[in-house]
Structure formats: structure tokens, C-alpha cells
Write a protein that binds this ligand. Sequence first.
Ligand code: AMP
Length: 545
Amino acid sequence: MLRGLMMDRPLLVSSVIDYAADAYPDVEIVSQTVEGGLHRYGYRAARGRIGRLANALLGLGIKPGDRVATLAWNGHRHFELYYAIAGIGAVCHTINPRLFPDQISYIANHAEDTALFFDLTFLPLVEKLAPALKSVRTFALMTDHAHMPANGQLNDLLCYEGLVEEMNPHIEWPEFDENAACALCYTSGTTGEPKGVLYSNRSMLLHSLFLTATRADLFAHNRRILPVVPLFHANAWSLPYITPMTGCTLIFPGARLDGPALYDLMEREKAEAGWGVPTVWLGLIDEFRKRGRKPPHLRQILSGGSAVPQAMIDTLIRDWDIEVTHGWGMTEMSPVGSLTLLRPEERAKPHLERAQLVAKQGRRMFGVDLKVIDEKGRRAPADGETSGELYVRGAAVVSGYYKNEEATRRQVDAEGWFGTGDVAKITPDGWLVIVDRTKDLVKSGGEWISSIDVENAAMACQGLAQCAVIGVPHPKWHERPLLVAVKAPGANPTKTEILDTLARKVAKWQLPDDVVFVDTLPMTATGKISKKDLRARFADYKLPA
Ligand code: AMP
């Protein structure tokens, strides 16, 4: 091999915020704060506070490799922690506050977090959890002096603004190996204990560059993007890195993520794009309908984390003139694996055909390799027909779970590919179609029914706001599909109407045996419909004969 003669400079997260401070000093980060009111500053001012915070972390004895945890909403202080922690070579461990308290303490203990920074919202939770957090030495409340509790239960509770104000903004970032860890996320895990995904500086930068390269059109100087996806859900899909790289404005929504609150913030802050999971968009679309208009600047939505129903895409494109990008990925992939990538001739299609394409999970992102392995263990052809388990490979894909060799052995194959647990097929022109999560497929007789397909068809029926299809035990067929649905506000569809409409859209053997209407569907900590909880709830459900 003839080695290239280029500088071997490390790819470090700290370089991103330094670049933004130079290139986009006045491009704003706007935050709806937990205390109330908006906070706004530019990337240069953010860099100054990140320097102060980094010096404070060093003063607290945080060392390279230490895990520093956060329990926080999307806001400027959380953003600052991302950079200050990674900048000094430590690891920003974002914990999902919607998990059960026992899961939170399990995760913090497994990660051996040494410090915990948290929003005011979570003070009661942290006070209760503190005795169980074995390794945490430092507790810091992400607020100002005025909002510190008068007689809190945590000894030596630090005030974030107090830490920052006393420090010097100047810091020379240390240089270290780009493979050093910079962030840690635990997957929600539908079975077993949560598993840790430890990202490196290199993987984080590469993932951000891969995503930017694949869909450069999503980013632009001053583009105003609102991440509804939390900073604790797989690094908010890389937005906290890509926006400073490309000079986009960040609009952080804080703690209120309901339709009316998001609408108001989008309108006031002239949001042009929103990123989040499908359930968030349901609430927002409802608000569009109520007000008879959309926030005037909003023209792009990126939806990921679970399948976006085609009916939702259709509504957004047709009724609201909003372009939808559908992404698929996993925490283990940093997280994006594929996303909508329309060729010019596809872009020119009528909206319904476009919506059909966008309902697929997109084309692979640059930097991600995909393979589908069929039941016999062979590589399936990309014929749009043959499905199997989807495996992935790439510089931003996990090579193994943090301190969990058993789970690593289960999910990484002999050639080093990561098994996603998703069943998928790939069309000849490169569209990835996620058929289902392996565990969510309904096994009826010898056939598998894709719950995603039936849900898509059901959502096209009038009068449904949300639905999920699960398999329930059946004496003859092993499992049969049950449709659990939430009616749209003001609508009152009957079981028979839904099944009659569905019968025209899916094959007879795929038609749910019954429909149950509920007020709400159970959600996971990352805002997806929890089929695990639904299956538990309907485990003894008697289907009509
Ligand atoms: P998480 O790591 O918690 O974000 O979960 C990743 C899983 O969510 C994937 O393995 C898929 O099963 C599911 N998922 C994510 N995005 C999509 C999508 N666009 N369509 C269908 N399933 C998705």
C-alpha cells in the first residue's frame, strides 16, 4: 500500500462549534425555556458559554472518558452540554426522562455516570432517584439562581448559571484520538435491559456529514429548523451537529411538544422545517385543521422513528403544501440509515404517487450499506419482493454494545454486519421498504402479515386518528390481526365501516379479525406506539369466531 500524504488530523466534535462561531456568529439558537420565556443568542455567544461550561466541568474534576448524564428537554443549556462535555474528551450521556425511574437508575448505574445535569422539571424525579445513583458525585440543576430550590433535598446541588458565570470563556480544546467516545445513548429496548450505544467523535462527525451529503437541500444558511425530536433520542438525529456546520437556525421547543404549543412557536419563530416522530405531526396537523391554516413559513417535515402512514404524507403534501422526508434508522446507527431521496422524474409525479414513494423508508444514506438476509440465511435480491432481516454496516453504525458482550454477539454477524431486527425488502431502484419489526409481524398460519401495511391501509379510512395492528393468539392460526384504533375528533366510524373499507385495500387473509376503539394508544419513551404494551393488554382478547 502506498500511504497518502495528507495530515492525519482528528475529527473532533469541538471543531464544529468553533467553526460555527467563526462562520455563523450571529445565526441564532432560540430556546423555549423551562422557566418560561424565550432565550436567544448566536453561535459565537454559544461558543463563549460552552467554553465557560467546559472550564467549569474541568474544575469539577470531570476527566476524559467520564460519563456526564443529562435529563433535559431541547434547550440551549442542553446544547451547550453536548459540546462542553465532548470538547474536554468526556462523554455526554443523554438519558430519556420518560423512562421508568427504575430504568433511569439502571442506565445511570450501568454507564457509571459521574455527574448529572437536569432541567427544573426533573428536580422531584432526581431527588427521589439520587440515593439509587451509585456513581453520581455531582448534581447540577440547569437553571439560574432565581429558580434554585430554597430547601431542596439534594446536598450540594449546583446551579448551572452559577457554574457558567464564574468561568473564563477561553478554552483551547484538547486534541485526542478521534475514536474517543463523545456521547452515549441507551436504546429503549423492547425486550431485556436497555443497551448502550457509545458514539465516537469520528462517527458523530461522519454521520453528520453523510446526512448532509445525502440531503444537502435540507440545510442552508439561516434555514430555521425546529427539532421536536429530543436531544435524548439518538442525538436528535444529528441536528445539533449539522445545524452549526451548515449555519441553520435552531429553534428548541423546551418541554411543551403538543400541537398548540408547537404551532405557536413555529408561527412566532418562522420555523421552516420540523423534525420528529409521526405522533408529533398528528397533533400538529390537528392544529392546522382547527385554525384552518399552517404556520406560514413551514414547508418541510422530516419524520422518522416509526413508519409514517401514507395518509399523513398525502395530507401534508396535498392540503398543506409541506414536503415530507421520511427517515428510517436506529439509535445503533447514529441514527439515520435511509431517507426519502426522490429523483427528478419521481419528484415530478402527481402528489398521490409521490406520497406512495415517500411512504417507503427511503434510499440508503451515503455511508450506509444494507443487506437483506432471507429465511435460509442467503442474501436476498433487491427485487422488491423478497424480504428478510435487514443488516447494516457503516462508519457510524455500532460495532458492539457498551459493556454488553452477550447482546453484541446476538446482533453482530460473523462479517461484522449489525442485525437490525427489522424485516425489509429493497426494490430494484433502491427503495428500502420496512415490512415490520420482526417482533411485530403477525404470524397467521404459515403467512406473515405486515402490521405496517395494514395500519397504512386503515389510516386511509375516514375517521381514524391513529391505529395499530397487533397479533393476538388464535387457536387455529396461531395469531390473527387485531386493529386497535383511536377515532378522529368529531368522527364516529363503526367497526363494520372500517372493515368494509379495509377489505377493499388488503387481501382477505390480512384483514383484521376485529376492531377495538380506544381513547389513546400506549406510547414508548421515544413517542412510538408501544406494541409491547398493546400485546400485553390484549393478550387474552377473544376474537369473534
Ligand atoms: P430507536 O433506536 O428507538 O429509534 O428504534 C429503531 C427502530 O424503530 C427501527 O429498528 C425500526 O423498527 C423503527 N423505525 C425507525 N424508523 C422507522 C421508519 N421510518 N419506518 C418503520 N420503522 C421505523
